[in-house]
Design a protein around this ligand. Structure first.
Ligand code: SF4
Length: 350
């Protein structure tokens, strides 16, 4: 197998044992990152590294298995249902937190849409369904329409969200004229159609992606962006501020900036929380008020934790952005910082 550091013979057993994600990069993305001038940083997103063989961690850091209520459907937070529509992506990110699923044949993918629909029907507190994977836009528009057949009838759902990196990996997917009817159906069902893009770096945002986003926005699709803070890729306030400002300019609201998770085979991408907070503050210093819509988040087993500050008292201040227990949402709390800590569990317990 070719790694960034050179070719190395690896057995299928080693690949399995280290949970090495299969290798795949679209031609479009390769050309985009070469032409962007940021190839040295962006190649780390898609090119395998020897570090994957050494990176310690777990394969399900956010408790996805425990929150699966029907195969392929998770319900962790009251308002949101998460539907894993496929295990395939157009290219495979080396830092993916769903390494246990993507690029493999997985039994965590939704197969029985009827059973999922029955579950949604029994849960009127759910207000939105997030269609994710893998990348739902590797599926045919016909298959996406089929998913809509099962979720659109519920009046308690006010939005249908698609999480995708396809606008980076293959923006031409959005040239499909049949997608117009798909989003129109969502609107006619009186729901918001939302695409959550996944741009980690301004060098990933191509002219073509911008055109597709502008055209979908004209059709009423709302856009949010999520990024992952990645060592040696985008751990720079200048770059992330430019990325978020570009998102704002083309009509995408910068949303989550995720702290990298301690995923086996990907934890070398983690940035210590001290540095992450410096970067988050640096981004905020560079953006105007209306561009400053991101939250620096740790998607932890216990909930989505917003990382706010490292105080002069050496404590990391946080609050729950989402928690299974509504009483905890919005509550501030703190833990003593431990030098080099990259994750909530690395902080000192009192
Ligand atoms: S596109 Fe998303 S699901 Fe696919 S490998 Fe990248 S992060 Fe993982």
């Amino acid at each position: 197998m070719n790694f960034i550091e050179g070719a190395r013979a690896v057995t299928p057993g080693e690949l399995e044992a280290h949970s090495i994600t299969r290798y795949r990069v679209t031609k479009t993305y390769r050309e985009q990152i070469i032409n962007s001038g940021y190839y040295d940083q962006l190649k780390l997103i898609v090119e395998p590294s020897f570090e994957e063989l050494e990176s310690p961690g777990a394969l399900d850091t956010s408790g996805e298995h425990d929150n699966t209520v029907v195969p392929g459907f998770q319900h962790k937070y009251a308002q949101t249902g998460l539907l894993l529509a496929t295990e395939r992506c157009a290219s495979y990110c080396r830092y993916c937190f769903r390494k246990r699923i993507v690029g493999k044949d997985s039994d965590e993918i939704a197969t029985d849409l009827g059973e999922i629909a029955r579950y949604i029907g029994d849960h009127p507190e759910m207000t939105n369904v997030l269609v994710s994977g893998g990348d739902p836009f590797v599926l045919s528009t016909g298959r996406l329409q089929e998913i809509l057949n099962y979720v659109l009838p519920f009046p308690h759902l006010s939005s249908i969200r698609f999480g995708t990196k396809m606008l980076a990996y293959g923006p031409r997917r959005f040239e499909d004229p049949a997608l117009g009817a798909l989003f129109q159906r969502i609107h006619e069902a009186r729901k918001a159609a939302v695409i959550v893009t996944h741009f980690d770096h301004i060098g990933e945002i191509s002219v073509d992606a911008e055109l597709k986003i502008r055209s979908l926005r004209a059709r009423g699709v709302q856009f949010f962006n999520q990024s992952v803070l990645l060592a040696k890729v985008n751990d720079d306030p200048e770059i992330l501020a430019a990325t978020f400002a570009k998102c704002h300019q083309i009509g995408i609201r910068p949303y989550y900036l995720f702290q990298g998770r301690p995923v086996k085979g990907a934890s070398h991408f983690q940035v210590p929380l001290r540095r992450g907070l410096e970067i988050a503050h640096g981004i905020n210093q560079r953006l105007s008020g209306i561009e400053k819509t991101f939250r620096y988040i740790m998607s932890h087993y216990t909930g989505k934790i917003e990382i706010l500050d490292l105080g002069a008292d050496g404590r990391v201040y946080m609050r729950y952005h989402q928690n299974k227990d509504p009483e905890k949402v919005g509550k501030f709390f703190s833990r003593q910082y431990v030098e080099g800590a990259c994750w909530f569990d690395d902080l000192a317990e009192e």
